[in-house]
Design a protein around this ligand. Structure first.
Ligand code: NAD
Ligand code: WQD
Length: 348
């Protein structure tokens, strides 16, 4: 198939592109590089053996989005492009609604106009907010707690309404839990700008010497060791699920919302120890106050993904830490710092 990948230069999108190319799909990537680097194109060329067709465009530009579909014979869309930082979304909610929902509306309008009826959408476990219990199933109540989460919920609802109104339009919402890790080559990975919000990139930056110590947000949660528990999922497992979701749509199945997690909870301190084992580096930390908005324990019931997609996570926390460290140690400052890759960026 010819697949349009929005946000294809980003962390999860770039890994999905490697998996999709490996399964023989032809890819058209679009990104505005608001949170990524055009240098990813060269790395993707190395990994897939082919220069990606990568367009610089903003999904808020309706004409540009429509233009991506013209004459390209797009069969399906995987929609990663979004702003994703919870704290940032509390500071500038309008930008999040404009970018995430506005961009998605243009994308869906262009899909309808060009008769493209298959969508895989990057949703998030954030739609469950503070769940009543774990493991979390897809039929748990949806109640978001911040503007970023609200944009994800509204986008799921928007996509759901479109599927109801048009039997020719089908979508899979993939609700990721906590994506971490990197391609085992160390050529692509997560490259956050500024101070990382998320645990794994912060731990990586401490281990590589960019930051002094990790602040552990709370040591008094009602969990195994008092620190927060999450369901970390290797980005290569996530990547595989996107290709599986496309196959699911091609087989003609109805729309669905599906959790992507391992089903295993890992505490902050368990992750720190696993990372120390994998990297051979010490990760100094101190326990500080809880972070506002955090919850004690969230992990997935991933059984629907197995039933519908035949998908299961294959990587454990040790593999996640090993690959995150491999990427970080080869590219201490992100893409600009890494080993030179053949081929230039093909951004148009
Ligand atoms: P990312 O920021 O690395 O990737 C998103 C990409 O989209 C970036 O390259 C960015 O430049 C691009 N983009 C943003 N707005 C755009 C616009 N208007 N037009 C064109 N390009 C635009 O983030 P990621 O971690 O790869 O996340 C991918 C998707 O998965 C997002 O939708 C995110 O909300 C969702 N998600 C991420 C996580 C996580 O923890 N990483 C968890 C759950 C869900
Ligand atoms: C994990 C654990 C923290 C940083 C967020 C979003 C969610 C989704 C994934 C997009 C928690 C603790 C963290 C640090 C710490 N994103 N921690 N010190 O909060 O589960 O989920 O990313 O959809 O929407 O909310 O992930 O990595 O920030 O935190 O102690 O410096 O690590 O308290 O227990 P979170 P996280």
């Amino acid at each position: 198939m010819r697949v349009l990948v929005t946000g294809g230069a980003g962390y999860i999108g770039s890994h999905a592109c490697v998996e999709l190319a490996g399964r023989g799909h032809e890819l058209v990537l679009v990104d505005n590089f608001s949170n990524s680097s055009p240098l990813v194109a060269g790395r993707l060329a190395t990994l897939t053996g082919r220069e990606p067709e990568l367009h610089r465009a903003d999904l808020r530009d309706r004409a540009a989005v429509d233009g991506l579909f013209k004459g390209r014979g797009i069969d399906a869309v995987i929609h990663f492009a979004a702003l994703k930082a919870v704290g940032d979304s509390c500071r500038r909610p309008l930008d999040y609604f404009d970018n995430n929902i506005g961009g998605t509306i243009h994308l869906l309008q262009a899909m309808r106009a060009h008769g493209v009826g298959r969508l895989v959408f990057s949703s998030s476990a954030t739609v469950y907010g503070d769940p009543d219990g774990v493991p979390v199933r897809e039929d748990a109540p949806l109640r978001v707690t911040n503007p970023y989460g609200r944009t994800k919920l509204v986008m799921e609802q928007l996509i759901g309404d479109l599927c109801t109104s048009d039997p020719g339009f089908r979508a899979v919402n993939l609700r990721y839990f906590n994506p971490v890790g990197a391609h085992p080559s160390g050529l692509i990975g997560e490259a956050p700008g500024g101070v990382p919000d998320n645990l794994m990139p912060y731990v990586c930056q401490v281990a590589v010497g960019l930051r002094e110590r990790l602040a552990v947000f709370g040591g008094d949660w009602p969990t195994v060791d008092g620190t927060g528990v999450r369901d970390y999922i290797h980005v290569m497992d996530l990547a595989r699920a996107h290709a599986d979701a496309l196959d699911f749509l091609v087989r003609g199945h109805r729309s669905a919302s599906i959790n992507l997690g391992t089903g295993q909870g890992t505490s902050v301190l368990q992750l720190v120890r696993a990372f120390e084992r994998a990297s051979g580096r010490a990760v100094p930390y101190e326990i500080v106050d809880r972070r506002p908005g955090d919850v004690a324990e969230v992990y997935a019931d991933p059984s629907l993904a197995h039933r519908l997609l035949g998908w299961r996570a294959e990587h454990d926390i040790d593999a996640m830490c090993r690959d995150a460290w491999h990427w970080q140690s080869r590219n201490p400052g992100g893409y600009a710092d890494g080993p030179a890759a053949p081929g230039g960026a093909a951004a148009s």
